[in-house]
Design a protein around this ligand. Structure first.
Ligand SMILES: O=C(O)C(=O)C[C@]1(C(=O)O)C=C[C@@H](O)C=C1
Length: 297
């Protein structure tokens, strides 16, 4: 008898970059699209899907803010990371007369995900300075929407694959600010990775923590990691729920939390923080050592 096919949540419509990440990670599973990261998290927590794939950060535009805001509340673990090379194009509805020249001057609105709009800002300001940038749930839904309008005044920033799926014509390729452009994705699950599955692998432990808003508090917390000779590969600060008293820090630590060293570093970190939550411990991607914008582990 066949094992049950897992259900995997991803952001957007077929042809989004998160859909691509989910396809690369889960070749034989059922992929289910959601309109927001929040909905993916909820569906994974409630068991509507078994795992959720979410974008985390990009080498040009930085963090995907929507995820960070809910990390303190979610009851899920990060069980994997995955990198996808992102090449954006500008695509427009295919004219009924296929030989018609497409004139960029006609374009009034450009639809895409806000991350993709940020990644293409330079090209947009030089080639389409007067066009309005409109943010949508994801790049593929933007492509679908623009195709449905069939208007020559509308364009989408999306992948070449999304342009093909929704029958758009590509007018410019590789329009991101820097050609080499990668987005990092996380896989979220209700069950954390088991320690045995991490034996002898290079691992990342992701934690969020808060310290008092006083001079030296962050330094003291990070010293607990440094004194154990453990490397921090990502540090972000942000405020949750509008609280002013305690900034929240997101940290990726290059250590296996189940190793002796990991346990020691994390317990010393916990002693120097007012709140600490381990979001996951997972194998680090081998691509880290070759793609620019991300530190190797
Ligand atoms: O809009 C999409 O296609 C997505 O999958 C989202 C997303 C993101 O949130 O960063 C993923 C990869 C690219 O960086 C642009 C957009």
């Amino acid at each position: 008898m066949n094992a049950r096919q897992s259900r995997i949540g991803y952001l957007g419509s077929k042809g989004s970059y998160t859909h691509q990440a989910a396809e690369e990670l889960f070749k034989n599973e059922k992929l289910v699209g959601f309109a927001s990261i929040h909905e993916i998290v909820e569906a994974t927590e409630q068991g509507v899907v078994d795992k959720g794939v979410v974008p985390v950060e990009n080498s040009i535009a930085g963090r995907v803010a929507d995820l960070y805001q809910i990390l303190d509340l979610i009851n899920l673990s990060i069980v994997a990371e995955h990198f996808v090379e992102i090449a954006h194009c500008l695509a427009v509805p295919t004219p009924s007369d296929k030989d018609k020249e497409i004139d960029l001057k006609e374009i009034e609105n450009v639809y895409s995900h806000k991350q993709a709009l940020m990644q293409c800002r330079d090209w947009m300001s030089s080639k389409l300075p007067d066009a309005e940038a409109v943010s949508m749930s994801d790049t593929a839904s933007s492509a679908k929407y623009v195709s449905e309008t069939a208007l020559e005044t509308k364009a989408a920033i999306c992948s070449k694959r999304a342009a093909d799926i929704y029958n758009l014509s590509v007018v410019a390729e590789d329009i991101q600010n820097i050609k080499q452009n990668y987005t990092r994705f996380h896989v979220l699950s209700r069950q954390p990775v088991q320690p045995d599955n991490l034996a002898n692998l290079r691992a990342i432990t992701t934690v969020i923590f808060q310290v008092k808003h006083t001079p030296g508090s962050l330094l003291k917390a990070l010293s607990a990691i440094a004194e154990n000779d453990v490397n921090v590969v990502k540090l972000e600060t942000y405020m949750v729920s509008g609280l002013r008293e305690a900034p929240t820090f997101y940290v990726d630590i290059a250590v296996n939390r189940f190793s002796e060293l990991g346990e020691k570093a994390l317990s010393e970190l916990a002693n120097n923080t007012s709140f600490l939550k381990v979001i996951g411990c997972y194998s680090s991607s081998p691509l880290r050592s070759v793609v620019s914008g991300f530190l190797s582990v």
